[in-house]
Ligand binder design. Structure first.
Ligand code: GAR
Length: 203
């Protein structure tokens, strides 16, 4: 039976699209049962709708507090009974209730080589620092900012004439492949975490 995945997005959703395309093949081992966002009118939601996947929007501003938003998002996602929650360009930190409810089942993809350049401007921060390689990191979400146990990383070069857009685009090509490969493996093989070190396979 294929693993149930909920994907959360905030933007263009090209990582989501890569997962939608991969999961069209039953041998992938995972299917997307819902896509959620913290804002409406984004291409990520449109991609889900075109694929016939249920969507929902939970905006922070519609909740009375960040704690209430955390609870609302947690309950909404829980109703889809996910085996795995994938943050794919979701530009909010999920809260403590969310992390408790889906402990070790929430993964995020970040456009830098963690622990370098955490936060919302990974490609721009890498460019400004002057590194010669950067990339993307898939990790299990914990309470920190891009600090969780690392599942996979992929490396891309920084070219002399890069700006933030060209660098981020190169990262995203590698990032999508990394995400598809590793979410599939998680779904099919499970994941074991011991002292931050992650390996595929059930305990
Ligand atoms: C991706 O590069 C993702 O790593 C990044 O946003 C982009 C979303 O692209 N996320 C973060 O920076 C989170 N800190 P997409 O909407 O086309 O998938």
């Amino acid at each position: 039976m294929s693993a149930r995945i909920v994907v959360l997005v905030s933007g263009s959703g090209t990582n989501l699209q890569a997962l939608i395309d991969a999961s069209a093949n039953p041998s992938y081992g995972a299917r997307i049962v819902a896509v959620g966002a913290d804002r409406d009118g984004i291409e990520g939601l449109a991609r889900a709708e075109r694929a016939g996947i249920p969507t929902f929007v939970r905006k922070v501003g519609q909740s009375s507090s960040r704690e209430h938003w955390d609870l609302t998002l947690t309950d909404t996602v829980a109703a889809f009974e996910p085996d795995l929650v994938v943050l794919a360009g979701f530009m909010k930190l999920v809260g403590p209730k969310f992390l408790t409810r889906f402990a070790d089942r929430v993964v995020n993809t970040h456009p830098a080589l963690c622990p370098s350049f955490p936060g919302t401007n990974g490609p721009g921060d890498a460019l400004a620092y002057g590194v010669k390689v950067t990339g993307a990191t898939l990790f299990v979400v914990d309470a920190g900012i891009d600090t969780g146990p690392i599942i996979a990383q992929t490396v891309v070069p920084v070219e002399d004439d890069d700006d933030v857009a060209t660098l981020h685009e190169r990262i995203k090509v590698a990032e999508r492949a990394m995400l598809v490969e590793n979410v599939g493996r998680m779904a099919r093989e499970g994941l074991t975490i011991a002292d931050r070190r992650v390996r595929f396979g059930r305990p």
